[in-house]
Design a protein around this ligand. Sequence first.
Ligand code: NAD
Length: 287
Amino acid sequence: MTSQPQFALRRGTSSPHVVLSDGNSIPQVGLGVFQTPPDATASVVQTALAAGYRHIDTAAIYVNEVGVGEGLRASELAREDVFVTTKLWNVDQGFDAALKAFDHSVQRLGLDYLDLYLIHWPSPRRDLYVDTWRALAHLQADGRVRSIGVSNFNAEQLQRIVGETGITPVLNQVELHPYFQQRALIATHDALGIATEAWSPLGQGKVLTDPVIAAIAARLGRTPAQVIIRWHLDRGQIAIPKSVSPRRIAENIDVFDFKLEPADLAAIAGLDSPDGRIGPDPTMANF
Ligand code: NAD
């Protein structure tokens, strides 16, 4: 059983959207559910949908797709009103394996179609991501997924799949937060018409105590998390902050009624660091 929603939809919690290159649009703020325990996921998703989220980001490897589907159904929202993303895990790379992995994911989610399917990591040691990408294109042509994209791809890998298949991912989901701003990769995205989606948008919480962020938050009467999420929005990025706390879930989407000043954006730009990466480097990751 899922618990009752704890937040009603509030003013100011309707997310702006980013229009993708295939014409579909994605809510700019979504709920990430990495490390959300499977047995808590339905309740967390239901809480988020009641708080105004219309976008949930999961993955096969998070082992909580079942809970995402349960939370979605418990919300009683119309299917077309919620944008659901899941991701193909590395062991499922390759054309046939990818088609099977997709079937398993939508079965676990209990959905007829998916909004966005991503290749989770390029996994260069397998060298199967071009074939995997062809499988995603096949699923899209069949109408089983509305949009297809990738995650953790570098510029060279993006150019390779576009060059070999003629199909451009609608977005690339990558580590991105004030300590690791990915300027060079974003320039490649812009050149190819690929939207930028930020994972660990709060730097897994590490950026929340930064004094520059704290000073902006104090001046605006906002929380550090809200300032960072607003920074993502002001840069045109999609952000998928994770929390299981109803208070933080609501706080993280209550960001649509203020903007940062140019001086704030300049101060946050100064936090970028070549050593700011927190997660694995996709070009080195050997899984
Ligand atoms: P995050 O930057 O969203 O930070 C989450 C941490 O911040 C948690 O510890 C949480 O308790 C804390 N937090 C959240 N809101 C807060 C608030 N308002 N106040 C104080 N603390 C707060 O990091 P994440 O979970 O790594 O990333 C978010 C999502 O990105 C994941 O859930 C997942 O969907 C996605 N992701 C994708 C990949 C990938 O390879 N594609 C990798 C990592 C994460």
